[in-house]
Design a protein around this ligand. Structure first.
Ligand code: HEC
Ligand code: HEC
Ligand code: HEC
Length: 419
């Protein structure tokens, strides 16, 4: 071989070597990139799962996270949530992306139609991107081996085929479409509240077929022990909720307008206390239908009426914790002045919490209150009526218009639903 040929040959191999090195380097980088993308996706999915509150429903009392088995009473009977850990046999580790998509958007699992106790009726508007992130997260959770429990649904509702008909009637498919007349922040809030937060599942009244009534969106609904309040912008603004009040309620479970309890407690504890600052503002802007700051009015205290029959009851039983003038005591009990539970036309929650009390609740932050005692055995219906009317006229703009018969009815219904 001639010398020139040899050197050409060498040059060729050197070039090849450089090209190969560059190729492998790039391939390596893109692999690292892919792994990083996957990690970001999983992280996004974890956040979305928190805001969607999957843990609250899919974790049994005292059991392993996401392993299912929590009972849900529906008008048809008891349904148990399922194991959604990444376990391949008893969880959803064997799901393809398509399986997951159909469960979230159409309410159909590989085993058939899901009961709407699983809120796919809200999640179905999830964006494709968010569904992918959730899938990435759920395929990477800690696997827990735990068999699912069979539901206890009476005939004819135990036939999951029946749900197909329900879906055809009540369930529309699609993806969240922003309202072009509103800002990006408002639309983000709407998505976080209506789709992921599935707030309407509790706060929107249902019709005879158990479907949410869109025309009564967020107008409030009695669940069991408590009523999920009217949270329409009209009502929240009438009660003078500010962005800051809602932010405090959702991050630490109480604000100057009162505490959360009943079904609202897990929403704060597992879910909304994790909202980023930006998402929080989007949520409060949507709920108040107002992005501008809102002026804080002083909390209502109309002075005591010592002649009213409720006065002595309040001073005797309640003032020790809630304060002489209803101003509340830090770490003991919230203020009753301007309290949102009292400042509503319906006295359902006020009566119910006096009958049942509220267990001591703890939050991620250091905030916690005492328990609110139950008075079902201490007060008769007359005393309860007097107390509730006293609180309404003393600390809100509501009238003393709660009737004895209404209180008696709540007590009877409560007894029946709890036994
Ligand atoms: C309000 C309660 C509730 C919430 C919140 C909830 N689920 Fe469910 N989910 C259920 C119930 C109940 C079932 C079982 C329904 C049935 O058996 O028909 C279920 C079933 C499922 C299934 C089908 C499982 C299987 O075994 O095939 C998947 C997947 C699922 N949920 C995922 C999620 C994810 C992801 C989230 C959060 C974004 C979530 N769920 C939030 C109650 C809930
Ligand atoms: C599991 C049922 C349930 C879900 C889901 C739920 N709530 Fe509630 N919510 C309640 C109940 C019950 C109350 C009344 C008790 C109370 O005041 O905390 C309530 C009360 C409220 C209040 C008034 C609190 C007060 O102090 O008067 C606001 C605001 C609220 N919810 C917002 C939301 C938002 C936003 C979501 C969605 C992220 C949501 N809720 C989801 C059950 C629920
Ligand atoms: C041992 C202290 C204690 C006593 C006594 C007590 N409460 Fe409470 N009360 C609480 C606590 C603590 C809460 C909040 C519980 C929670 O949500 O975590 C509460 C909540 C309330 C609320 C709902 C406020 C809100 O957060 O929205 C009302 C109304 C109320 N109490 C009225 C009364 C009345 C009326 C009496 C007297 C018959 C009374 N309380 C006696 C501790 C007490």
């Amino acid at each position: 071989m001639k010398a020139t040929n040899i050197s050409r040959c060498r040059r060729f191999f050197r070039r090849l070597q450089t090209a190969l090195m560059a190729f492998f380097l790039l391939a390596g980088i893109s692999q690292i990139q892919a792994a990083q993308d996957q990690e970001t996706l999983i992280k996004q999915g974890k956040y979305l799962a928190e805001i969607g509150d999957c843990v609250a429903c899919h974790t049994p009392q005292g059991g392993r996270e996401l392993s299912g088995g929590l009972p849900f009473e529906t008008p048809f009977g008891i349904v148990y949530s399922t194991n959604i850990t990444s376990d391949k046999e008893t969880g959803i580790g064997h799901y393809s992306y398509r399986d997951f998509y159909r469960a979230m958007h159409e309410g159909i699992s590989p085993d058939g139609n899901l009961y709407p106790a699983m809120p796919y009726t809200s999640y179905h508007l999830l964006t494709e991107q968010d569904t992918r992130a959730l899938y990435a997260y759920f395929m990477n959770t800690k696997p827990v081996r735990q068999e699912n429990k069979a539901s206890e649904i009476g005939f004819p509702f135990n036939i999951r085929m029946g749900l197909k008909a329900w879906n055809l009637m009540n369930h529309k498919d699609g993806e969240f479409t922003p309202d072009p007349a509103k800002s990006d922040s408002w639309n983000r809030g709407s998505y976080l509240v209506n789709v992921l937060g599935h707030c309407g599942e509790c706060h929107t009244p249902r019709d005879a077929t158990f479907a949410m009534r869109p025309e009564a969106h967020f107008q409030g609904a009695v669940l069991d022990t408590f009523e999920a309040s009217d949270i329409t912008p009209q009502e929240l603004n009438r009660q003078n909720w500010t962005h800051e009040d809602l932010r405090q309620l959702f991050t630490r479970g109480y604000s100057r307008k009162g505490t959360v309890f009943g079904g609202m407690y897990p929403v704060v504890y597992h879910s909304y206390s994790h909202l980023t600052e930006q998402d929080m503002r989007a949520v409060t802007s949507y709920l108040l239908d107002n992005e501008a700051d809102i002026a804080e009015q002083p909390l209502t205290f109309n002075g005591h009426d010592k002649q009213a029959p409720g006065y002595n009851l309040y001073m005797g039983y309640c003032a020790g914790c809630h304060g002489q003038d209803g101003e509340g005591r830090p770490h003991v009990a919230p203020a009753l002045a301007g309290n949102a539970t009292l400042d509503r036309s319906s006295a359902f929650n006020a009566v119910s919490l006096l009958l049942n009390g509220i267990v001591s609740q703890h939050y991620n932050s250091t905030t916690s209150f005492y328990a609110m005692p139950a008075y079902a055995d201490k007060f008769d219906d007359r005393q309860l009526t007097d107390l509730v009317n006293y609180m309404r006229t003393t600390w809100t703009s509501q009238k003393a218009d709660i009737r004895l018969s209404a209180v008696a009815e709540i007590r009877i219904n409560m007894k029946q639903s709890l036994h």
